[in-house]
Ligand binder design. Structure first.
Ligand code: HEM
Length: 184
């Protein structure tokens, strides 16, 4: 599997868009559907309005214990009953990127408890983090989450908790795109 993922917003696609919200900064053009493409091909089908892209990478912040806990309980995207998804591209401020690694880790976990909060929602929520800052993309990260319909409310609860953290005060652009697809 390539570590490159592209998200094609357009008129057709496996995932039907059920909502698009500009949470911070500029939104994205409204689309009817999103396709997730896991290869490095530059081909973009006719009718595509926008493309978000990124790559999975090594960890930056997680400690040995956090990583072991994550690996023990997390489930990958693609489960047949995961018919709901969220595609949330994010950009952090230059103040964030100017901080040294230890200060960013402190805000990310010791102050904001990102991993500690997130772990409470596993395994029902599956996640995949894509980095794209170093590709010169308009966002720094493209995040992807999947769950069964009965966990959609829990996902909203998780998002509300994270958006209230100090980490989120460094987010300058965030678009929340909700999707659904037919059962597996
Ligand atoms: C589902 C539960 C979640 C868990 C268990 C979780 C866990 C993690 C962990 C462990 C990392 C650090 C990876 C590393 O060491 O490099 C991380 C990074 C990140 N997560 Fe989450 N997360 C969750 C939900 C979310 C949500 C809902 C969002 C956004 C809407 C999000 C956005 C991000 C971003 C943008 C990063 C990268 C931060 C940076 O490098 O500055 N996460 N997450």
């Amino acid at each position: 599997m390539s570590n490159r993922f592209r998200f094609l917003g357009g008129q057709r696609g496996v995932w039907r868009v059920t909502g698009m919200t500009a949470v911070s900064g500029a939104g994205l053009d409204p689309v009817a559907a999103v396709d997730v493409v896991n290869n490095a091909s530059p081909d973009v089908p006719d009718g595509t309005s926008w493309v978000l892209q990124g790559f999975t990478s090594n960890i930056r912040y997680a400690t040995t214990t956090e990583l072991r806990t994550l690996q023990a309980i997390q489930q990958p995207p693609g489960r047949p009953d995961s018919t709901r998804a969220a595609l949330i591209p994010l950009k952090k401020t230059s103040q964030w990127w100017d901080l040294p690694q230890d200060a960013r880790r402190r805000i990310f976990e010791e102050t904001s408890h990102h991993t500690e909060i997130g772990l409470r929602y596993l395994p029902p929520i599956a996640r995949r983090l894509h980095h794209c800052r170093d590709l010169g993309e308009p966002f720094d990260f493209v995040t992807w989450f999947e769950c069964a319909p009965e966990y959609s409310a829990a996902f909203d609860d998780l998002l509300a908790k994270l958006r209230a953290t100090e980490e989120w005060s460094f987010i300058e652009r965030e678009v929340d795109i909700r999707l659904e697809r037919a059962h597996g």
